[in-house]
Design a protein around this ligand. Structure first.
Ligand SMILES: Cc1cc2nc3c(=O)[nH]c(=O)nc-3n(C[C@H](O)[C@H](O)[C@H](O)COP(=O)(O)OP(=O)(O)OC[C@H]3O[C@@H](n4cnc5c(N)ncnc54)[C@H](O)[C@@H]3O)c2cc1C
Length: 340
């Protein structure tokens, strides 16, 4: 937890558009801090379609969602932006001409500019609506892996049948004492190769696979000691465990941003097309989350929006300086910032 991080611009969302905004701000000499609720950068590209090919990024005939994320990470490296993962923005307060933002991890930022690049909203895990499960959240039960070493030597139960559940079953089988994988159906939605690896681990008895069963209750006093599951006929059984990981997918929510007093158009934020500023001065919305007549939810539109928003952000962060338009090809000043 840190206190009052001062920055020229706070970017909410480390999707492709939030990442590119770091670049556009950086070549103007502005420092950015980035927050994302996920445990990795790349937004929809990395979370929803890392292996799918994208064909409409100008100058790149084809790249996957993960390729694009990796290239953007490389492109913004010279600017050393801090990326704060696993946290959601919660509170917003006006302090003079600046904004103060608090995150769910207790970080506090002070900035003249906020870029909301939150895409379709913050990705939130689908939680089973069961009180005993919610009680053990972050105390034995988790929806993502923040530190995989925490599972060393542990009796682990993993719920789910998609990529995350199977990827982590395969990965954590290398360090956990034993894993029980529980899935509510017979078929898996993960890539075939990973399903094959998981089945090999079942044959080697490193993983126990239970299908057509789902989570029912978490048991224990203070600390989780077992998890109850039930089959399709409501027959219950109990699995002793130290930890539980639930991968029931993600839902997207605008969350607390909904209450910030921004003009909304359904689930998007209305902006001016001159600089993508919202109705609140110094707060911009770029990428999928912004709305204006003719808006297309495309990565390239978000890149354009980030570029124009950065120009106004400069004027707010450096009111006493002149903003001179320069090409990256020929500006020595930009080359210095890029270290080339
Ligand atoms: C299957 C699929 C294929 C696609 N193919 C293409 C294509 O070929 N070409 C194309 O141009 N586009 C494509 N898209 C759309 C493209 O992925 C989006 O336009 C793009 O990801 C938008 O980028 P973004 O940065 O605005 O938002 P996102 O990628 O959605 O990233 C937003 C980030 O903000 C974070 N966030 C949101 N709210 C908060 C909060 N309150 N606190 C902290 N973090 C928060 C989220 O966790 C997320 O990581 C495709 C989309 C899908 C689903």
């Amino acid at each position: 937890m840190t206190d009052h991080i001062k920055t020229d611009c706070l970017i909410i969302g480390a999707g492709p558009v939030g990442l590119f905004a770091v670049f556009e701000l950086g070549i103007l000499g502005l420092k950015a801090e980035v927050i994302d609720n996920l445990d990795k950068i790349g937004g929809q590209c990395a979370e929803l379609y890392p292996d799918k090919p994208i064909y409409d990024i100008p100058g790149i005939p084809v790249c996957t969602g993960q390729d694009l994320t990796d290239s953007l990470a490389k492109q913004i490296k010279p600017f050393n932006a801090n990326i704060h993962l696993n946290q959601r923005v919660d509170e917003l307060k006006k302090v003079g001409n600046e904004w103060e933002v608090k995150t769910s991890a207790g970080n506090k930022f002070i900035t003249p500019n906020i870029f909301i690049a939150g895409g379709v909203g913050s990705f939130e895990p689908r939680r089973p609506p069961i009180d005993s499960i919610l009680k053990f959240e972050n105390n034995g039960i988790a929806y993502s892996v923040a530190n995989k070493q925490a599972y060393t030597g542990k009796e682990l139960v993993i719920f789910g049948g998609g990529d995350s559940a199977l990827d982590w079953t395969v990965e954590l089988s290398k360090i956990a004492k034993h894993i029980t994988l529980v899935h509510r159906r017979e078929e898996f939605k993960a890539v075939e190769h990973t399903v094959g690896l998981m089945k090999e681990l079942v044959n080697e008895k490193k993983v126990t696979l239970l299908t057509n069963r789902q989570i029912a209750e978490a048991n224990g006093k203070g600390k989780i000691t077992s998890i109850s599951i039930k089959d399709n006929d409501d027959n219950f059984s109990e699995i002793p465990c130290d930890n539980v990981l639930i991968f029931h997918g993600l839902k997207m929510e605008l969350g607390p941003i909904n209450n910030w007093g921004l003009n909304l158009n359904e689930k998007q934020i209305s902006v001016s097309t001159e600089d993508f500023q919202t109705n609140l001065e110094g707060i911009f919305a770029i990428g999928d989350i912004s709305y204006y007549p003719g808006k297309l939810k495309l990565i390239l539109s978000g890149f354009h929006e980030a570029t124009l928003a950065s120009q106004t952000a400069f004027k707010r962060a450096r009111p006493d300086e002149n903003l001179v338009f320069r090409y990256t090809t020929s500006s020595k000043d930009i080359h210095k910032k890029l270290g080339v």
